[in-house]
Design a protein around this ligand. Structure first.
Ligand code: GLA
Length: 518
């Protein structure tokens, strides 16, 4: 497996992970532009009138800083208002950003409204002040699969600009997360990433590409977005940069002082510390430690466990304070196997619930860097239909929706896949159920996800190389009588049936439906 940095290989080896992972043949031609036909663009254009999107329920901890930008499509200017907002919170009517201090423990039903010259949108938003966060899967951006060890402060700021300008934030994306390589390394090809690891008091020192961490999070927060950071419980991260070993609390406090809202904690060289101890307790230990620290601090930090599924993390990730956990190795090495990775992830469906999510890794479409060589971004060669299937799978599985491609090169098609609010509603559904695979043959499979409003998200996947005629019978879904069927990607009602629904599904693609009582 070719990689840019020797340190990186050895650090990952500690994770006992990737040696058997097949490499992919990802090699889109440089500069080739992707021009999907109109029929391949499934998500209709958003309308000029407001449409409030995003989660219906939002968890936060009393007394901590509160920040939420109401995701809303529609022509600006839009005027936002809110009824029932606790007095500790203030809404800026022109930006839709709600700020303040989380009120006392309790549930607050807030009616938010967005109005512009073309119309209005209203929805009830439940703020749950308590000890739980991430009541719906986190949505955002992570730099890894586009920029690897080339990431800078400027690129993160630009990513947050794009999250707003592209409309991603208007459908619910909110975290802007730095991955590895923001710290100093003992050695690295880039001299600006080499320097003292910590100061005389033991405080971690960001490398010269990150001159002002507080300035960076302030910038991200000024847009109503949230900021994420990364470290490892080991001495070194997977990329060979400074980890948190023996500075866990000090680093967590630093992340709070800088203003971060999300922490990815990556096992990496911790394997050396755990040594031969492969007990469940050994796997849990560093995560329980950090989970306990984070709970004691006065900031809401979503805790993302990255240890590739060791010790069946889905069974105990929540117990140690995690909000989401990777269920497998790096998907960047397996992009030709997304169906298999998803099906494997969905086997852990019983552990998916509000505040606790199985994470099969990021959405890698658009311009991404080949993970085998930590390459510069190239256009994905993944067929259009398969990209819709990818996004459908992640939505049905209630997986975190974290885009990890080049934000500066987001094209219309990639945004079309990333930003369908009806598909995202399935991901953000408050029940938090991960879809169940109902039938599965070599060539195709059917998934069902029960939704909070009593309806069902049902998807027909075709893994084959030619279009397939597929159908779903109501008895397979345990429903009887007349049902209305809606195509979620096309946002189109397809009619009412009392028995079954049949359709053509494109090669390597999906038809994603919502089935409900008429
Ligand atoms: C591991 C993780 C990736 C990424 C890299 C950073 O491989 O699984 O998601 O964070 O480390 O080095």
């Amino acid at each position: 497996m070719k990689r840019k940095s020797i340190v990186y290989v050895s650090a990952l080896t500690f994770a006992f992970l990737l040696s058997s992972v097949p490499s992919t043949s990802y090699c889109a031609e440089k500069g080739k532009s992707f021009s999907p036909t109109d029929s391949e663009m499934l998500t209709p254009h958003s309308l000029p009138q407001p449409r409030i999107n995003g989660p219906l329920v939002y968890g936060c901890r009393p007394g901590n800083p509160f920040l939420y930008r109401i995701p809303c499509q529609g022509e600006r200017p839009i005027t936002f208002s809110a009824k029932g907002l606790p007095k500790e919170l203030k809404l800026d009517p022109s930006t839709g950003i709600i700020k303040g201090k989380t009120p006392a423990k309790g549930e607050y039903l807030v009616v938010i409204q967005a109005v512009n010259s073309k119309g209005k949108s209203k929805r009830v938003f439940k703020i749950v002040a308590g000890d739980r966060l991430a009541l719906t899967p986190p949505m955002g951006y992570n730099h890894w699969y586009a920029h690897y060890d080339r990431i800078t402060d400027k690129m993160m700021r630009d990513a947050s600009d794009v999250m707003i300008k592209s409309g991603m934030a208007d459908v619910g994306y909110q975290y802007v997360n730095i991955d590895d390589c923001w710290m100093n390394a003992p050695k690295n090809n880039d001299p600006l990433r080499v320097g003292p690891l910590r100061d005389e008091k033991g405080n971690i020192i960001p490398n010269q590409h990150f001159p002002d961490m507080k300035g960076l999070t302030d910038y991200i927060h000024s847009k109503g977005l949230k900021a994420g950071i990364y470290t490892s419980p080991g001495t070194l991260t997977c990329g060979g940069f400074t980890g948190a070993w023996q500075h866990e609390e000090q680093d967590a406090r630093q992340f709070v002082a800088w203003g971060f809202d999300f922490l990815k904690y990556d096992w990496c060289s911790y394997g050396e510390i755990a040594g031969k101890d492969k007990s469940l307790e050994a796997y849990k230990k560093p995560y329980r430690q950090m989970g306990t620290i984070l709970k004691s601090l006065d900031r809401d930090i979503v805790f993302n466990l990255c240890q590739y599924g060791m010790g069946g993390v889905w069974k105990w990730g929540g117990e140690v304070g995690g909000h989401c956990w990777r269920t497998s190795g790096d998907l960047g090495f397996e992009l030709d196997r997304i169906f298999d990775v998803a099906l494997k992830n969905s086997e852990h469906r019983q552990y998916s619930k509000p505040g606790e999510w199985n994470d099969p890794d990021y959405i890698q479409i658009g311009w991404i860097g080949n993970a085998n060589k930590m390459g510069t971004p190239e256009l994905t060669p993944m067929p259009a239909a398969m990209q819709y299937a990818y996004m459908s799978l992640w939505s049905l599985m209630a997986a975190p929706l974290i885009y990890s491609g080049d934000m500066s090169k987001l094209d219309e098609f990639t945004l079309n896949v990333l930003c369908n609010p009806e598909v995202i509603d399935v991901n953000q559904d408050p029940l938090g159920e991960c879809a169940l695979v109902i039938k599965h043959s070599e060539g195709n499979f059917l998934m069902l996800k029960n939704l909070a409003d009593g309806s069902k998200a049902v998807s027909l996947f075709n893994r084959g190389k030619v279009t397939a005629d597929l159908s779903v019978d109501w008895n397979e879904l345990n429903i009887i009588g007349k049902q209305s069927v809606r195509d979620l990607w096309r946002q189109k009602d397809l009619g009412i049936s009392d028995q079954k629904f049949s359709t053509q599904v494109p090669a390597q693609g999906v038809v994603m439906l919502k089935i409900s009582k008429p």
